[in-house]
Design a protein around this ligand. Structure first.
Ligand code: MN
Ligand code: MN
Length: 288
């Protein structure tokens, strides 16, 4: 069966939409396994797997006005040009009062998006990695440097990282020295996701939050299809808890680093489901 080439239920036009999904098929700086540029279209395909109705909540995704813009044409650009293009597009979305939902692509795409937001927002990064290197392979906009670049726009006190479990020594000590707030996956396993969420809430208070979701935060057994898999990750239920706890504060999000080449098919299904879960939670908030 052939499915439409847009994200399921994202059938509103641009002008009427409140939420705009767009793909950023970019993987030029990926180091270990390339292929994240194929993710937006794979996730769109996978999105047709699900019911629009949620029996738990009684809400239907058809009740939200979602537009799928398609993919930005960035594939062959240099990292800095790609970021500029993503920045300009996100600026336009914000000016038009749209809620941005980006599908990467590698993690470096988030720099362009977040730079388009005002600098007084907070950032929550779900990631197996700190991404706090100053440069990697001489590239400042490498996917291993995302949080470092973001911290040049957003105060480091308002950036939090959840689920990390791998860092370079210099990177780790630099992050610690600058008081970057992070909770590793081992602590989450030990103390539970609720406690981790509480400490992030205490840190960020009622601030508006941009969520950048590097999908390798999930354990590779849930999500094998990613560019730099790292064992001992968090679970799907942990991620559900995080999305549900923060969604009323979230003003934009991206999902990055899905790598369909290494997928059995289940990773793109899960990625599509998590986007849908977030949107469903927004319906509940809108209906309060
Ligand atoms: Mn990352
Ligand atoms: Mn990562």
């Amino acid at each position: 069966m052939e499915f439409p080439n847009y994200f399921a239920d994202a059938d509103a036009n641009y002008n009427e939409a409140d939420y705009v999904i767009f793909g950023i098929p970019y993987d030029k700086t990926s180091t270990f396994r390339k292929g994240a540029s194929l993710a937006p279209d794979e996730i769109r395909k996978a999105s047709w797997n699900f019911e629009t109705y949620n029996f738990k909540t009684g809400f239907d995704l058809k009740n939200l006005k979602i537009h799928d813009y398609g993919n930005l044409d960035v594939k062959n650009l240099e990292p800095s040009e790609m970021i500029k293009k993503v920045f300009n597009f996100t600026k336009k979305l914000l000016k038009d009062k749209k809620f941005p939902i980006a599908i990467g692509g590698e993690h470096s795409v988030s720099i362009g998006i977040i730079n388009a937001f005002p600098e007084n927002i907070a950032v929550l990064s779900l990631d197996a990695h700190l991404d706090f290197r100053d440069s990697y392979e001489n590239v400042k906009f490498n996917h291993a440097c995302v949080i470092k670049r973001i911290s040049e726009h957003i105060s480091i006190n308002n950036i939090t990282i959840l689920g990390f479990r791998s860092a370079d020594k210099e990177e780790f000590l630099d992050a610690k020295g600058k008081n970057l707030f992070f909770i590793d996956s081992f602590d989450i396993q030990q103390n539970g996701i609720k406690e981790a969420i509480e400490s992030i809430k205490n840190r960020l208070k009622k601030k508006k939050i941009y969520l950048t979701f590097d999908i390798d935060v999930l354990d590779p057994c849930y999500l094998p299809g990613t560019s730099t898999p790292e064992p001992f990750g968090i679970s799907t239920f942990d991620v559900k808890e995080i999305i549900e706890s923060f969604s009323d504060q979230i003003i934009g999000f991206d999902l990055v680093e899905l790598c369909p080449k290494y997928d059995t098919g289940i990773s793109s299904i899960l990625a599509a489901k998590l986007i849908r879960l977030f949107l469903e939670k927004k319906i509940i908030i809108n209906n309060k």
